[in-house]
Design a protein around this ligand. Sequence first.
Ligand code: ZN
Ligand code: MN
Length: 488
Amino acid sequence: MTDKIIGKITGKEYFVTIGLEIHAEMKTKTKMFCSCKNDPFNSAPNTHICPICTGQPGTLPYVNKQACKNVMKVGVALGADLADFSEFDRKNYFYPDIPKAYQISQYQYPLVSNGSLVGVDITRIHMEEDTATSIHKEGKSLVDYNRSSVPLMELVTEPVIHDAETAMKFAKELQLLLRTLGVSDANLEKGEMRIEANISLSEKGYFDGDFSKLGVKTEVKNLNSFKIVGQAIEFEIARHLAILEGETKGEIVQETRGWDENKQRTFSQRTKESADDYRYFPDPDIPKYKFSELPEFSKEELQKELPELPWIKRERYIKDYGIQVDDVEFYLNNLQFDRIFSEAVKILEKDGYKKLSNYISTDLAGLEKNDEMGNLENIKGVEIAEMVKMILGGELSSRGAKDLLLEMYKNGGGAKDIAEKKGLIQKSDEGQLKKIIEEIIEANPKQVEDYKKGEEKLLQYFVGQGMKATQGSANPGILAKLFKEMLN
Ligand code: ZN
Ligand code: MN
């Protein structure tokens, strides 16, 4: 993937510039400016509504403290600056999904400024309210206000991204952060996280603070998977290039474009409003904030509430446990499995880390994926660590471990208990095994003779007989060792 493109026709150099705007719904009990339940997906339409979030005249909004805290926590995690002074503004536009005819948002004084993620500089993160959901079907348009006024954060990056891959990486890492902090489920398919990309090509170089350097930008939105984010950006780069090179006629206009999944291309939706069109002004119904007067919003206090950040955990897992990068990403993205891994790994020694990780990220994840009846909650870190110890000590075969894991997943319980009850413990009592081996040697004179003549592969046959005689409970390694000794 190239970020600087040479035009095939003109030979000119083009610089690709991408900026992102990402909205994410905050996971709070109630909405942003009223006490309606914040639950836009699981209820019948228009059941979580009130005069405030349906914009009735004479009502007054009151600000959701937790939502603001969530946004500021994201700011702290990103190493950003938290506002001392902040206020809410009205962003005016007319559409049925915004019943007041304005969205309460923030303009000049966002809660969070600066910061960076995966090397991409962030301009700001502000707090606003979500709009209602419009549903168009059978020639009718319906509006569901359950989502109206759900707390929404909007993050804007600087125009400093130069390829689709970095844009996708940024969005993925942000999703991981929001989930790790527990501030948003950030599901793209549900629209809990919405990514918009601004794309332009310029002959004048990369952005250095001078906006006049940048070419005409188009914005693509309604991108509901990371893959589509990448595809839409790639498509726009190619489309701009073709126009600039004179390959396609027409001109690039500042506009909003959507993604047509069937045709695998972007299409024009509307010409873009500028900030002037929204007639922003401070909302006179909401008080202004001076955060230095509110100690619970200080960086120090918010920092205390943060869990280990994903990029810190990522490095620690690789450094301390030496497990595969894929496994690390699996734990970062699946916190329910990470709970089991992080509990168990503490109990084990170095020689058990990889085995442990394999059983969790492959076998256990497989059980869950195949909807095998059971529950991850049944699995205790200590018990799965015990299981790995038994495997390392030769008491449990890998076949037995699979049975043991399934039983733990279904019904819980201790690893040792289950192994004993199910007869999964491998017999390694040499005295007991020797007796069995003597019997096998006596019963197979022909094979013994051939083995002694040099047919060494018969050892496998003897081990097989031993496994049969012990109903699979012997350790095959020990059996082989004993047979070798006793046949000499
Ligand atoms: Zn309400
Ligand atoms: Mn917005």
